[in-house]
Design a protein. Structure first.
Lengths: 315, 353, 286
């Protein structure tokens, strides 16, 4: 993905100068390693602040919801699929968007890097296949593949499905023999172990809702956990309430989630709540042959009824 | 002020002895991070840590705390009458708290221990607690305590300040509570070298690479700052999650909630966040802070202006850097503070014209 | 709690509903009269007109409501409650004899020390008339009436059936030590003998001129306040002679939970009563 930044700035400048769009939504360089900040640019002169590297894991579709402007936005494969979903769900009009597709080779997992590094990470540089981490004690080099976000390692749609400009030639798609090995392991557990597994998984949750708020699918004006009339969920730290939040949120995302990984990346406590959304992703694939956000002309799996829908759950 | 020199053995033995009279809490390693927890018998706090992910504020101000209880069973004499929940307020000590987090407790105290009204739950927990701080000799690149009214050897809010020195420790007893703890630990005053303390402090402060400037905040016009044009850009990336407020050692906002199971009910005091839209929404649906920009502005204005004006004790931030490190979208209070501190309404008008 | 013998501000006084009056024709407003269950609690609840309290319903939550009874009325406290959210809807379904909690008194009050010896204009609209009722009863009390100059009241509601405390309004109309200017937005009642029109124009026609010795207390819906302010300015009321009571979402009610802030002021503790001059210096996030 080297060289993307310059191309992005050129495209942003052109679109703003010609008035083709009112604003460009992208990333600017973060104030600490492995972090970039989503930002908007409205003047061609400011396009120079846009950047792209392996730390753009936040899904920019999240910043499009209900906006009124004409917007250019950068989209990785997963982001573009969420933009398709946004268009299908009337959260933005396709005509409002100038999607700049970003063929993606995966985002870097900041937690993995921190865990594999001794001492504070002071700087991170990357090439197409390596990541170099600088600490007070010197440099450490990793293979990019070893420090990728898990969702990126499992990704089979790295190239955007819709775009108006493509930043570079499409990248080779990965062939992953088994994308759901970890999910199958949980499925195979007996009820008690499963219960324990989820309890441990969600125990660190502080209910900050970073996962929900980083998710472009979670745009409900009032989330069910915030509803007061009636109040569905308690607001304390009761494990049942925490589980209810995570389970229901995952179900709300069923057939819509693109496994962009923004939820896991955003979580300050390092919870892998993607285990829940991916189980539903897997089921949608096996039961309905459905992958979210691949086609703007197709309604999501849970939005349509077909006479041959599987109904083995009716006993 | 008393100085006590301790070797590793007397440190550990002292904590074991103190555990007879105090419930001990301290940093414990869990997976990749440290968390403040009750220390198991005979365990010493793990001081080989960087800042914990969450501050120890929950030890005094739990994220979810049952404060009242009641019965809805009408066959009971006292149905629908609320009762105080009795808390365990036996002595306890937090060993290994950072000076920044201790100073934060002192700031939060301004809220919960106001001259005319007291939060009895917070205050009882606070008064039951002895704060044994460990000086911070390895600040992170995101630490800016020295310019946030604090520092790696700051003593405010602490009863004992311990510095790690060679293989052992040098403890500075700061208060009566600290003296009582030292006595329970069997730590006897011995010759201590104040110069070593000062040298450690100077060395730690020198390692600090990050800073904020706050000198213009108090003089700034409150409404002009509130209406400043930079808030829209500052707030754009914000997800309005509670990561910053929940990880912050000085954020104190809370909610009151009732929960009922069968016929028994409780009233809870839960952490809340000014980032959440429902924090301020009226029953009518009207929300005085309807937009993300308003909510982000509230957080920073509260910490860096309203608090400054109200209490005249500096900013409501101790520079621990947790929100900087944990914000999922990299909103950085240091940058916002810089923006606010250098804001000049005259410039803003010039740009707009 | 331990040792200190601090009053627990979260703990409500237990009260019993002694009487319920339906106030409005659409039944959206009811006045609840509470008596304290424990001896001594009423004395601890000593309040001034303009303060509020948290009505505390076990299992449902709490709601901050202005105190409608007056400090000169003994043996009970009264609140007029609009049915809107979870707690107030539940309260509207409760009956005489039911037990619940009452927490307070909370907030400052109207500035009674400042108002002594002054003329007082009261401008109220809709169901926000509650603390104004408390204030009027307080000022009209034989022990207090001589402490104040002229008292004028402009009070408006949507229709005659939506006016609160009708019996008292009639009684006050008959007195010569208070000038009542009751108005309704509209009415089809041929016998209506008072004003018809919105509060701001009626204020413009009927209210006395402002001046050093005259203060206006304004309480009502935002739209009424918005259009009354220029009228009062025109009548010569200085911004520190216009006194208002604000509402914001609250939980604790005593300045700790942080949500009702308007800049550095907290509506629950520094308010709810502010002068317009004070409000002008806040970001007005209410």
């Amino acid at each position: 993905m080297s060289g993307y930044t310059e191309k992005m700035r050129d495209i942003a400048r052109r679109l703003l100068e010609t008035g083709a769009v009112d604003m460009v939504i992208g990333f600017r360089k973060g104030s600490l390693p492995m972090m970039n900040e989503p930002c908007f640019v409205t003047r061609a002169d400011d396009a120079h602040c846009l950047v792209w590297d392996g730390h753009c894991g936040i899904n920019l579709a999240n910043y499009l919801t209900d906006r009124k402007e004409k917007i250019a936005v950068f989209a990785k494969g997963c982001d573009a699929r969420n933009m398709v979903t946004h268009v299908i769900e009337n959260k933005i009009k396709r005509e409002q968007l100038h999607i700049v597709g970003v063929p993606c080779t995966g985002m870097i997992d900041k937690r993995k890097i921190s865990a594999m590094t001794k001492g504070e990470v002071l700087a991170v540089t990357e090439t197409d296949d390596a990541v170099t981490v600088t600490t007070a004690g010197g440099d450490q080099r990793f293979d990019r593949a070893d420090v990728m976000q898990q969702n990126c390692a499992l990704c089979v749609h790295r190239n955007p499905v819709i775009y108006d400009d493509l930043l570079a030639d499409p990248v080779t798609e990965q062939t992953i023999p088994d994308r759901y090995a970890d999910i199958r392991k949980i499925e195979a557990m007996d009820a008690a172990s499963k219960w324990q597994f989820f309890e441990d998984l969600l125990a660190p949750c502080i209910r900050c809702y970073a996962c929900r708020n980083a998710c472009p699918l979670c745009y409900c004006p009032t989330c069910f956990v915030d509803e007061a009339k009636p109040q569905w969920v308690g607001k304390g730290q009761d494990a049942t309430d925490i589980r209810t939040f995570h389970f229901l949120r995952a179900f709300h995302c069923a057939g819509r989630c693109t496994d962009c990984g923004a939820c896991e990346r955003a979580c300050p406590m390092g919870i892998n709540m993607r285990l829940l959304t991916r189980k539903l992703e897997k089921d949608c694939q096996s039961e309905f042959g459905w992958e979210a956000g691949m086609d703007p002309n197709q309604r999501p799996a849970l939005d349509v009824y077909k006479t041959n829908d599987p109904e083995t759950f009716i006993k | 002020m008393t100085l006590i020199t301790l070797d590793t053995k007397s440190w550990a033995a002292g904590l074991t002895a103190a555990a007879d009279a105090y419930r001990l809490f301290g940093p414990v390693r869990e997976d990749a991070c440290h968390t403040f927890k009750a220390l198991e018998k005979g365990k010493t706090p793990d001081l080989d840590m960087v800042n914990t992910r969450l501050s120890p504020k929950a030890l005094i101000f739990p994220q979810s705390d049952i404060i009242l209880e009641y019965s809805l069973d009408e066959s009971r004499e006292d149905h629908h009458i609320m009762r105080e929940v009795q808390k365990d307020v036996t002595p306890r000590a937090v060993v290994g708290i950072r000076p920044c987090d201790a100073k934060a407790t002192a700031l939060v105290k301004l809220n919960f221990d106001a001259p005319d009204v007291k939060d009895p739950y917070w205050l009882a927990a606070y008064e039951a607690t002895t704060f044994v701080g460990v000086a911070c000799d390895a600040p992170l690149s995101t630490c800016f305590c020295t310019t946030a009214g604090c520092g790696p050897y700051s003593e405010e809010g602490l009863d004992i300040l311990v510095m790690q020195k060679g293989d052992g420790f040098l403890a500075k007893i700061l208060t009566d509570k600290g003296r009582a703890f030292a006595k329970a630990a069997g730590w006897n005053p011995a010759s201590g070298d104040l110069a070593a303390f000062e040298a450690g402090k100077a060395a730690a402060e020198k390692k600090m690479v990050s800073a904020v400037q706050t000198d213009h905040l108090e003089a700034a016009d409150l409404l002009a700052l509130h209406n400043a044009p930079f808030w829209e850009k500052t707030a754009f990336a914000c997800l309005n999650c509670g990561t910053c407020t929940f990880s912050c050692p000085t954020c104190w906002c809370f909610d009151l909630q009732d929960e009922v199971a069968g016929k028994s009910g409780v009233r809870l005091k839960n952490w809340d966040s000014c980032m959440f839209p429902i924090f301020t929404v009226h029953t009518t649906g009207h929300n005085p802070r309807e937009t993300k920009v308003q909510r982000v502005r509230q957080r920073f204005m509260h910490k860096l202006k309203y608090f400054v004006d109200k209490y005249k004790t500096g900013i409501m931030c101790v520079g621990c850097g947790r929100c900087v490190r944990q914000c999922p979208v990299n909103i950085d209070i240091r940058k916002v503070c810089e923006e606010m501190n250098r804001f000049n309404p005259a410039d803003a008008c010039a740009v707009r014209d | 709690m331990e040792g200190k013998n601090v009053q627990n501000p979260y703990l409500p006084y237990p009260v019993r509903i002694d009487d319920i009056t339906v106030e409005a024709e659409d039944k959206s407003l009811k006045t609840f009269k509470f008596v304290f269950l424990n001896a001594g609690d009423e004395e601890k609840f000593a309040y001034r007109a303009g303060q509020f309290a948290e009505l505390s319903i076990p299992g449902k939550g709490e709601i901050p409501i202005g105190i409608a009874s007056s400090p000169v009325e003994k043996g009970f406290v009264k609140f007029t409650v609009n049915r809107a959210g979870v707690v107030t809807t539940h309260l509207h379904n409760m009956k005489v004899g039911d037990v619940m909690g009452l927490r307070g008194p909370l907030g400052n009050s109207y500035p009674w020390d400042l108002l002594e010896g002054k003329n007082v204009l009261i401008v109220g609209g809709g169901f926000a008339f509650t603390t104004l009722r408390s204030s009027i009863v307080y000022m009209l009390d034989p022990k207090n009436r001589s402490k104040f100059g002229n008292i004028d009241v402009v009070y408006g509601a949507r229709s005659p059936g939506m006016l609160l405390y009708k019996d008292e309004l009639v009684a006050w109309e008959k007195r010569d030590d208070i000038n009542m200017h009751i108005t309704v937005d509209a009415t089809t009642d041929p016998d209506w003998k008072y004003n018809v029109g919105f509060v701001p124009p009626v204020t413009e026609q009927k209210a006395p001129q402002g001046g050093d010795d005259t203060y206006a207390i304004v309480c009502g819906p935002p739209i009424m306040i918005k259009f009354t302010q220029p009228v009062l300015e025109k009548l010569g009321y200085d911004h520190d002679h216009i006194i208002m009571s604000l509402e914001n979402r609250m939980k604790c009610g005593f300045g700790m939970c942080g949500r009702c802030g308007i800049g550095k002021e907290l509506v629950c503790k520094d308010g709810p009563v502010f002068t317009l001059r004070q409000i002008n210096q806040t970001p007005r996030e209410y």
